[in-house]
Design a protein around this ligand. Structure first.
Ligand code: AMP
Ligand code: TRP
Length: 341
């Protein structure tokens, strides 16, 4: 059977479970903007509030974080007229397809997810059922749009492999080439930004220490302080990137710098070789502030009109549903569910 040609379409999501970090910006948002501006593919970007509640969210915080994330997307350059921007819960087709995928995915597949193991920890008995099923909802987010490309950070690689497995098993079981086998886009120097306090841990919005991360909402002084206090070793920067292999904290700061200025880590090394931290860190902080200050400023301007943000998300959801509804209807039909024609 010849492979079906699917329209190139990009989908990605971010959880509004806290303020966004520099990791989200470099690993995801900045790339969402670049892909949109390339103009080659239709882009659908989603604030995945249903994923967020797989761990406890105070309702007021969830609303605020969702609006803040929407503002961060737009302030970073997502144009809600060119891309579709919305929050997940407004498009019920995601959860409807997720149920079908709950019945396609196997318990064993889900149990092997490292994010599940990390988040559920030793107390899996007490984790929500939603946290376990999380990757099936993520597969539904992507496949309900027949999305072909998904830009994410490195930590989502395994979930995207599972998405491919779910699509392949559905196609196999129902003997139809219906869902695309999605390509992950994990590219650039900063697909895995690490904590500023521990170079072996991912920078995360949920880390207990605020000093471990740069938040998109941090002001210039805070950014400078956090980079100044960032953990490093005592050695100056070497000639080549390869020499940073055993120096995770140093490598992380180089990756961040490379991500911010849009160059490869190798070419960055020719600029900074031989520098000590006393010179490099303030320069890094300056570059970070130059990039983030306009975004932070624009975010607070956008957050001055919450009704407008909500209106944009409602409009995005209506456009998303136009794409998702026929895919869901056809899925139901394939599965054998009676529905109006
Ligand atoms: P999350 O905040 O977990 O919803 O992640 C949203 C997007 O940001 C996903 O594509 C992640 O892979 C990406 N991301 C989150 N943290 C980092 C990080 N520390 N470095 C690079 N990408 C990240
Ligand atoms: N699981 C992703 C994360 O935590 C967020 C997400 C949900 C997502 N659905 C998605 C990312 C679909 C890409 C595509 O980062």
């Amino acid at each position: 059977m010849p492979a079906t040609a699917f329209t190139p379409r990009v989908f990605s999501g971010i959880q509004p479970s806290g303020g966004l970090t520099l990791g989200n910006y470099l690993g995801a948002l900045k790339r969402f903007v670049d892909i949109q501006n390339d103009g080659k593919q239709e882009c659908i970007y989603c604030l995945v509030d249903l994923h967020a509640i797989t761990t406890w969210q105070e309702p007021d915080d969830l609303v605020r974080n969702t609006r803040e994330a929407a503002a961060a997307f737009m302030a970073s350059g997502i144009d809600p007229r060119r891309s579709i921007l919305f929050n997940q819960s407004q498009v019920p087709e995601h959860t409807q397809l997720a149920w079908i995928f709950n019945c396609v995915a196997r318990m064993g597949w889900m149990g092997r997810m490292t994010q599940w193991k990390d988040k559920a920890g030793k107390n899996a008995e007490n984790a929500s059922l939603g946290l376990f099923a999380y990757p099936a909802l993520m597969a539904a987010d992507i496949l309900v749009y027949h999305a072909t490309h998904v830009p994410v950070g490195e930590d989502q690689k395994q979930h995207l492999e599972l998405t491919r497995d779910i699509a392949a098993k559905f196609n196999h079981d129902y003997k139809i080439d219906f869902f695309p086998i999605t390509e992950p886009m994990i590219e650039g120097p900063a697909t895995r930004v690490m904590s500023l306090r521990d170079g072996t841990k991912k920078m995360s919005k949920s880390d207990a220490s605020d000093m471990s991360r740069i938040n998109l909402s941090d002001d210039a002084d805070t950014i400078a302080l956090k980079f100044r206090k960032a953990r490093t070793d005592a050695e100056p920067l070497p000639e080549t990137y390869g020499e940073l292999e055993e120096r995770p904290e140093a490598r992380n700061l180089i990756d961040i710098y490379a991500g911010l200025i849009g160059q490869s880590p190798d070419s960055v090394m020719t600029e900074v070789a031989g520098q000590g931290w006393g010179k490099f860190k303030p320069h890094l902080a300056e570059v970070a502030v130059e990039t983030l200050a306009p975004i932070t400023g624009e975010m607070s301007r956008l957050l001055g009109d919450l009704a407008e943000i909500d209106r944009i998300l409602i409009d995005g959801a209506a456009r998303a549903r136009e794409v998702a509804a026929p895919v869901l209807a056809r899925t139901y039909e394939i599965v054998g569910m009676i529905s109006p024609r």
